[in-house]
Design a protein around this ligand. Structure first.
Ligand SMILES: NC(=O)c1ccc[n+]([C@@H]2O[C@H](COP(=O)([O-])OP(=O)(O)OC[C@H]3O[C@@H](n4cnc5c(N)ncnc54)[C@H](OP(=O)(O)O)[C@@H]3O)[C@@H](O)[C@H]2O)c1
Length: 338
């Protein structure tokens, strides 16, 4: 089915996710009639490349959404709170990458491979989940369908790009400093990341958990429609440019062998299982669209326990790709407008 050409706006166009949006839209041949690149005053007047031509970056203003059909937001929660309602009033479907609306009751939080039908419930905004919640739910959902979910424990190994371009640059500078025998400096992140692993850098949440850990827990429950799911997370930043990894322990309601779990995950859309020593790593997975799963094994400490290692590109499936897939699905469902 050919899709109608649409007027698109990318908010946060100059950021890590924003730049990925342009690549994903182009690679997937999203039906773009026109596209606007919106950012802050800081980079207004700079230029990006779109379909081989130069595209002017404009400052985000309230009138920026006139005539826009789809607005892809990735400029932080404050910008989304301030400008997404304006875009909706102008008639656009907003797909928002920030955390601003994810837990709002009337805003669907969607991973197209997991809960696509929720898109139809939107009132102008569809929220794109946290970059770890997306791959996590893609792995949990097929296991849930087959054997039910009892409890989930996850430890993340998150790339610098998950915190935006400033931390990517800081990691490069710190790595260079280490190579030259100088003392690396932490400027934007609370600790030095090069040569280190840092179990923090996110705002304080509740009960000793940080905001990222709370997001993973709450968003996973919402996406899976399982509000009582027993789940806990520990989030860690690692000196990797792109690609979030997760060590996941799952207790299902009915026992699955490792072979059964591998078969279930191999059949799941968007998931690629790697067996044995062929485990995925972020350096190999960066740039791919799949969620990679390796080291699938029984957790021998629990009768219904499974363990696995999950890796995905945080800028693509963890952000821009998932958001574009939401927009594509909304178009196909005839759910672009309220
Ligand atoms: N990175 C990830 O893996 C990831 C994954 C999922 C979700 N997200 C979410 O996506 C959003 C962007 O993340 P990022 O990593 O791309 O950040 P980033 O690299 O720091 O980029 C931020 C973008 O927002 C723009 N911006 C900042 N303040 C603005 C304002 N007042 N008005 C208009 N534009 C403004 C910046 O424009 P200037 O160039 O003008 O400063 C830039 O384009 C965040 O909400 C983040 O939580 C990120």
């Amino acid at each position: 089915m050919s899709l109608p050409a649409l007027h698109v706006a990318v908010v946060g166009a100059t950021g890590m996710v924003g730049r990925e949006f342009f690549r994903v839209l182009e690679q997937r041949e999203f039906p773009v009639a026109s596209i606007r690149a919106l950012a802050s005053e800081r980079s207004a007047g700079s230029r990006l490349v779109w379909r081989g031509a130069s595209l002017l970056v404009e400052a985000l203003r309230p009138d920026a959404f006139a005539g826009v059909d789809v607005a892809l937001f990735s400029a932080g929660a404050g910008v989304s709170r301030a400008h997404a309602p304006t875009a909706v009033s102008a008639g656009a479907l907003v797909v928002d990458n920030s955390s601003a609306w994810r837990m709002a009751q009337d805003v669907p939080l969607v991973v197209p491979e997991v809960n696509p039908d929720d898109i139809g419930l939107h009132h102008g905004i569809v929220a794109n989940p946290n970059c770890c919640a997306i791959p996590l739910t893609m792995v949990l959902e097929p296991l849930r369908r087959r054997a039910g979910l009892e409890r989930v424990l996850v430890a993340t190994y998150q790339a610098a790009s998950g915190a935006g371009w400033r931390l990517v640059r800081e990691l490069e500078e710190q790595t260079q400093a280490l190579a030259e025998g100088r003392q690396p400096q932490a400027r934007h992140y609370p600790r030095v990341l090069a040569g280190n692993v840092v179990p923090g850098g996110w705002r304080e949440g509740s009960n000793g958990y940080n905001e990222e850990e709370v997001k993973i827990v709450e968003e996973t429950r919402k996406i899976l429609h399982q509000p009582e799911l027993r789940i806990a997370a520990t989030c860690v930043r690692v000196p990797v440019a792109v690609g979030h990894s997760l060590a996941v322990f799952v207790e299902t309601q009915r026992a699955l062998t490792a072979e059964e779990a591998i078969a279930v995950l191999s059949a799941a859309p968007g998931v690629l299982v790697r067996e044995g020593d062929d485990y995925p790593t972020p350096a190999e997975v960066a740039g791919s669209d799949k969620v990679f799963v390796g080291r699938v094994r029984r957790d021998l400490s629990s009768p219904c326990g499974l363990a696995c290692w999950v890796v995905a590109d945080n800028l693509r499936k963890g952000a821009a790709l998932n958001a574009v897939q939401i927009a594509e699905r909304a178009i196909r469902m005839g759910a672009l407008t309220r």
